[in-house]
Design a binder for this molecule. Structure first.
Ligand SMILES: NC(=O)c1ccc[n+]([C@@H]2O[C@H](COP(=O)([O-])OP(=O)(O)OC[C@H]3O[C@@H](n4cnc5c(N)ncnc54)[C@H](O)[C@@H]3O)[C@@H](O)[C@H]2O)c1
Length: 374
């Protein structure tokens, strides 16, 4: 199969969808890999590194996408990239379609088979291709929040860990999955007082064991969140309902309960945001203020640490990329049913129920769709 790797063009995005190690594996499996010139530069990977492992460097995105049968990406495709997609293409990338009906519609019109990293599941129903970026984003969330709490950046002017004789800051992490666990782990390491909220009691049990008394777990009822907001210095939002738009866990009215210049970090912004007042921001201009509360809502947080994130991403995606290239979509799904929920759009239809519900576009089960690439 011909596998194309175009350069990412989303603002402040420096990751690339494949490392030289990934090229090597695909080439060893008999596939042809086309990498757009300079695609790896942001992650410190040179064209010559790809060529040494058997990739062909092509001059532009038109060639990397146009000649390919499967296109690998990192972030959701931008309009000029969607315009290049054809019905015979398989697109494998993060899509985050639930909050974006316009992109969903355009992907439907392309006729391509669009598989979202973030809705592929493993045998335990977890999200193996979201996890590595959630690990990165969770760690960045606490770093970024700590920085934004500094006075010159508009924060309250508190140090997360405090000092002897002065209390540490209070960090609330709402959503205790992969992002939440990693955010809490860094906040614990910085010696903050940490409270992790979730609605899944089994998850709270696991977190309680991991934290071994160094952080508290709290059932995420509306009342519990309201009771703790007045003491929060930093709140990290990290909830997810698979494939769906994020639920709001803090409303605009509840901002009034918070201390002036406290900081909200909305990691769930890529699924529409879990604070009512959130809107997507970029690394170049990461924050805005609503009612005296700093909001940090960068939708591609791992893009800031591309060297770490690119390698973490390829480590996770490569087995799936190889399966899709070796077998095609239909057979790969038959062998690994966890790939099936990854298919969000195919043959001009939306094939993921939660995406269909969030975008208001009709849902069609994948098995009823004609033209899925085999
Ligand atoms: N902004 C970024 O750059 C970036 C990067 C990576 C991940 N993310 C996003 O971060 C979010 C979290 O990802 P994850 O991998 O940690 O997901 P996850 O599935 O591992 O964890 C989500 C947790 O949220 C909990 N939850 C769901 N609804 C809740 C509610 N109403 N109240 C409290 N908890 C609730 C779930 O029980 C689960 O434990 C996702 O939206 C993901 O797309 C964003």
């Amino acid at each position: 199969m011909k596998v194309g790797v175009p350069t990412e063009i989303k603002t402040d995005e420096y990751r690339v969808a494949l490392t030289p190690a990934g090229v090597r594996e695909l080439v060893d499996h008999g596939h042809d890999v086309l990498v757009q010139r300079g695609a790896g530069e942001g992650s410190a990977i040179q064209d010559s590194d790809y060529e040494a492992q058997g990739a062909r460097i092509v001059p532009d995105a038109e060639a990397a996408v146009g000649e390919a049968e499967m296109v690998l990406g990192v972030k959701e495709p931008q309009p000029e990239e969607v315009a290049m997609l054809r019905p015979d293409h398989t697109l494998f990338t993060y899509l985050h379609l639930a909050p974006d009906p316009e992109l969903t519609k355009r992907l439907v019109e392309s006729g391509a088979t669009c598989i979202a990293y973030e809705t592929v599941e493993d045998t335990r129903g977890r999200l193996p291709l979201l996890a590595p970026m959630s690990e990165v984003a969770g760690k960045i969330a606490t770093q970024a929040g700590a920085f934004m709490l500094e006075k010159p950046l508009g924060g309250r002017g508190v140090l997360l860990g405090g000092v002897p004789g002065v209390a540490a800051a209070n960090v609330l992490v709402i959503g205790g999955g992969v992002v939440g666990f990693n955010a809490a782990a860094i906040a614990i390491g910085m010696e903050a007082d940490v409270f992790t909220f979730d609605r899944n009691i089994d998850r709270l049990r696991e977190l309680d064991i991991f934290f071994a008394g160094r952080a508290s777990t709290v059932y995420a009822s509306t009342l519990a969140i309201e009771q703790m907001l007045p003491m929060a210095d930093l709140v990290i939002g990290a909830v997810l309902v698979h494939g769906a738009k994020a639920p709001y866990v803090i409303t605009r009215e509840q901002l009034g309960l918070m201390k002036p210049n406290a900081v909200l970090v909305d990691v769930s912004i890529d699924q529409g945001g879990c604070f009512e007042t959130s809107r997507p921001t970029t690394h170049s201009d990461p924050t805005f203020e609503v009612d005296g509360i700093t909001h940090y809502c960068v939708a591609n947080m791992p893009g800031a640490v591309p060297i770490t994130a690119t390698y973490a991403l390829t480590n996770a995606t490569l087995p799936y990329v190889l399966a899709l290239a070796d077998m095609g979509v239909k057979e790969a799904i038959a062998k690994d049913p966890g790939l099936r929920p990854g298919v969000n759009v195919a043959g001009g239809r939306v094939t993921h129920a939660a995406v269909a519900e969030a975008t208001g576009i009709d849902f069609t089960p994948l098995e009823d769709v004609q033209g899925v690439r085999s």
